[in-house]
Ligand binder design. Structure first.
Ligand SMILES: Cc1cc2nc3c(=O)[nH]c(=O)nc-3n(C[C@H](O)[C@H](O)[C@H](O)COP(=O)(O)O)c2cc1C
Length: 414
């Protein structure tokens, strides 16, 4: 039986261990986590979700309070259409985050950045162009386009000097989405360097409806590979979502995936950005504690722990400070849900909003605990301490377990 280490991911002449740690915003897949993947010869992702906040936390900037100060007068208004991002600040924050990460990179692997199209930031094209260009300027090895069809994203950077040299890839959940992306971008004569096929068991937002359980990653990977073959396109396909053991990963590699993208197993590592208390919640979770719901204002279903403190919280929308999900017209589904509750409960000091969540604020504060389907198996990957808590793992331990384990075994920490 083969192990992951029997395979390599090839980008031209470059050979990598075929393990990609997926992007997890907001700073859950930290620079430290991505750097470990690169040091060990694989690929790690940072994320540019809410990058101003990430810069403030890591580099002592004060971008969020500056924005809040600028728009303070608008806080009580339900109309957020005038709340805009300062593009120069967005660029600086991205350069900080990417530049400092790339400076610290060691080893033969690569570091990519996860860019979600659904962060529409009240000016989708302008902000996405800045995010992509600034990441390329700051030397990122590659960009993974996520959470959206990204039909126009390549065109936003077609004049960038690194457009044809940096690795560019896209996450899709169906062959149809990939075909659409390729068709729309045909005129640019620039294929993606890789395609991540993300199935229904992944963490974060899902590219499926609430019938996600009817879909299956192995089938979609086969469909995408068959389509690429029929089009005579040689693009590595990276399988993602629910790949929990080294043996699971090796099986995908044997059946035509060029690499695997994994995330859930790394949420309980020291290098993951979740607070330690939240990591324990992930360890403790049972299958019944995990749900896929429609609380995200993006319109995509999202998987999370039912005990996430952000669920049901009726906080006032925080768009003057954040506002990452404001669409091109300055709207967000959470604002509508919040305003509805305020109207229904005149005079109430606090309202509850059950159908949507203020995702910016709660992801920023680690109060929406998004997670993969197999989070309930994390307890089997570690040891329990005398006080009942689970021992955190190192990213190196988990990475090497994926790389070298066989027979569905999971190595416990020493
Ligand atoms: C906590 C968490 C947060 C995530 N956040 C994002 C994200 O911000 N953007 C994205 O494209 N994918 C996100 N994902 C999906 C992962 O990058 C990855 O593709 C997927 O979870 C892999 O499946 P696995 O978790 O079963 O290994 C997230 C996953 C988890 C577990």
């Amino acid at each position: 039986m083969k192990r992951v280490d029997d395979f390599r991911l090839h980008f031209g002449k470059q050979e990598l261990v075929p393990i990609v740690i997926g992007g997890m915003g907001v700073d859950i897949s930290t620079a430290e986590l991505a750097l470990e993947a690169a040091r060990l010869g694989g690929i790690g992702h940072i994320s540019d979700a809410m990058v101003q906040t990430v810069s403030d936390r890591r580099f002592d900037t004060d971008f969020v309070s500056q924005k809040l100060k600028t728009y303070k007068a608008n806080v009580a208004s339900s109309d957020k259409s005038d709340v805009h991002f300062n593009l120069a600040v967005l660029e600086e924050a991205t350069r900080n985050h990417v530049g400092k990460t790339m400076e610290a990179k060691r080893g033969d692997g690569m570091i990519f950045i996860n860019c979600m199209e659904k962060l529409t930031m009240n000016a989708p094209r302008e902000t996405l162009r800045v995010r992509l260009s600034a990441a390329l300027d700051a030397g990122i090895d590659g960009i993974t386009l996520a959470a959206g069809l990204h039909l126009g994203s390549f065109a936003l950077i077609e004049d960038h000097p690194r457009f044809r040299h940096a690795k560019l890839g896209i996450i899709v959940s169906s062959q149809r989405a990939l075909a659409m992306f390729l068709r729309k971008n045909a005129r640019l004569n620039r294929l993606p360097d890789y395609v991540v096929v993300e199935g229904p068991l992944a963490g974060g937002h899902l590219g499926f409806g609430l019938d996600w359980a009817k879909h299956d990653l192995a089938t979609i990977v086969s469909e995408v590979n068959a389509y690429l073959k029929s089009e005579h396109l040689d693009i590595p396909v990276i399988a993602a979502g629910g790949i929990f053991t080294g043996s699971d990963a090796a099986a995908f590699l044997e059946h035509g995936a060029a690499a695997v993208q994994v995330a859930t197993r790394f949420t309980v590592t020291e290098q993951c950005g979740l607070p330690d208390k939240v990591k324990q919640e992930y360890f403790k979770a049972s299958e019944a504690d995990i749900e896929v719901n429609t609380l995200s204002p993006t319109g995509y279903p999202m998987r999370m722990l039912k005990g996430s403190p952000g669920i049901g919280s009726g906080i006032r929308p925080n768009c003057e400070a954040y506002g990452y999900l404001l669409d091109a017209n300055g709207r967000c589904a959470y604002i509508d849900a919040y305003n509805r509750e305020v109207e229904l409960h005149p005079g109430a000091k606090k309202v509850k909003v059950m159908d949507k969540t203020c995702l910016c604020t709660h992801m920023r504060n680690f109060d929406i605990w998004t997670c993969g389907h197999y989070t309930y198996r994390l307890k089997d990957t570690s040891l329990r301490e005398a006080d009942g808590s689970y021992r955190l793992l190192t990213a190196e331990h988990v990475f090497r377990d994926y790389q070298f384990s066989a027979d569905q075994k999971i190595a416990l920490p020493a």
